[in-house]
Ligand binder design. Sequence first.
Ligand code: DGJ
Length: 732
Amino acid sequence: MNIIWHSKSKQFHLYNDKISYIMGVTPTGDLGNIYFGKRIHDKEDMSYVVTRFGLPNVALDPDTESYSQELNRQEYPFFGATDFGTHAYEVEGANGSGVSCFIYKSHRIFKGKKALPGLPATYAGVDEAMTLEVVLEDELTKVKMILSYTIFEDYPVIARHTVFQNEGTAGVKLKRALSACLDLSDQNYEWMQFSGAWARERMPVVKKLSAGSVSIESKRGISSANQNPFVIVKRPETNDFMGEAIGLSFVYSGNFIAKAECDSFGRLRLLMGIHPDRFTWVLKTGESFETPEVLIARTDSGLNDLSQTYHKLYNNNLVRGKWKNTPRPILLNNWEATFMDFDEAKILDIARKAKEAGVELFVLDDGWFGERNDDFAGLGDWVENPKKLPEGIAGLARKINAIGMKFGFWIEPEMVNPDSNLFRRHPEWALSTPGRKSSLGRHQLVLDFSKKEVVDYIYEALKKVMTNASVSYIKWDMNRSLTEVYNADLLPEEQGMVYHKYIKGVYSLYERLRTDFPDILFESCSSGGNRFDAGMLYYAPQGWCSDNTDAIDRIRIQYGTSYGYPISSIGAHVSAVPNQQTGRSTSIGTRANVAYYGTFGYELDLNHISDDEFEEVKKQIIFMKENRELFQFGTFYRLRSPFEADQAAWMVVSEDRRKAIFALYCMRSNVNQLPGFLKLAGLLPEEKYSLRGEEYYGDELMNMGVTLGKLGSNGMTIGRDFVSYVEMLEAK
Ligand code: DGJ
């Protein structure tokens, strides 16, 4: 890994073993991209790539009359001059003009990586990464812009973000401040996004790119289940096992846009950042604004390789604290067992049975506080309901601990019900716009976390409950989108700052709580996976992936999620059948076989399953305890897509590649077909692995595959609907 500055040609080359990122100062003094791709040799001067002629109807820089931004790949394109594509930023000066001209001034190269104040970001020690900061300045407004690039030693990843500093004498407005732009030299790519809705999150969608643009976005105040802030562009032939692909992941949990734009000259522009709609940042003299981070990863070896890069990067350089690379406790959550209809006796009953099964952590979900007996009331009143918990959270935690399990509980700190004491005392704390109706979502309003006093109040209230009790885990929920966004304490021209201030308020509360309680395992949640993004992983190392706990639907949801996020982050539980959301019944074995590829837990009353099932649950827990490190932190491979076949398969492989566990799920039985083979991945070709009491070479298993006869082929039918199996193989 290195960052080279060629002072004569004014070019930078960032490289590691796998990638090269080359850019330079353009004839107009700003920054242009030269190359991003597989590692290539360093050269003093690559300005031969610069187009120095005009074409009809192309605007040219007046000083050179031979250079147009439109005909050259830009690094961080701006509004107003000779580039007509989507621009990455816009600084509006005091005279109302959005035209700017940022010119290279200086740069700094250093080992390691800086933190982004108040924002989530990857971190790296001095041996793990190098950072380049390029300073540009707009001579008219005296605004400085610092483009930051970090290259990692071990990952084909560039982390980017930008800082704007107003060093002028007049205020300016940032009308747009995306985090990254990447101009590529050809358009032969497909775009892959992860779309859905509640209970069907992160379904992969692939589109061919051609003239014009494709984009995804969220304007809900949360990253959303509708579009995840992670996209891939890949060559049409690229699949999970081969081919070139580039990923862009936004380390942010609020409004965003990700866009691919094919220009008229065969190039592709990729952009990612905070959504410019309803975004305006007022920058007074002396103030600065920092964009969130985008992580750009690249592979030549297929989408499994790209995903593995993100998985490792997040596990090693995004997740912090005690739970970094630590296998997760097996938990039982009472939500689907009781909803809000419980008292302490009922909870202890469920907990005792969970302990008997081997569960390690009991999680009390929604309904323990205020007048919260249904979802019409109570949010905001973070004081225990004595009718349900006579000795409070502290008393229940004590009793759960005495049973022999750790204890955790549910909160939804960003919300308030109109029917709550908090709202009666502080109606002005809910997000609302003067003179307008306030929309409700799940009968609740959103607390205005752009106001510090609101965050402070919630912090004190939660801290009190958490301090008094022995708490090992917190599930942080968030169950609606933001509407009528307005902060009456801000000036009219500052209203475009509210969405971002809100999410920074959320981050600040997370940071305070995790600093006060460093051992607590936080799990983020947002009606399932409505806010499942890299930003959240900086605070909460795992996220409830979906409210849809049906094993068959979950295969798709977890499969889609795995493109961008590690298995250690995917909250996955075994729940009761018929499933609450789909009405489908699957065996307890299949439900566990899906949940193993996640954080693993239960979300049902184990008193209500048969004795045989209970015995199976005990075995599942023993199996998961023995193998959770491999499941959660092993190298994960997607083998067969549930979107393309009637069977889905995936596997995890240990770091030394000597142990692996694969799973095959029959989503739909198939009549009059041969069972076929499943090709495994990631093994040592020369090693012999034991599987099903036989020995197989690694190359045999990866190229010929394992037979699928075990699915229960009876000569007529492959498998039965929803049958699955998980098998382990180990090198001698
Ligand atoms: C939505 C979450 O996704 C569920 O798991 C559960 O915690 C409920 N909220 C509780 O209200």
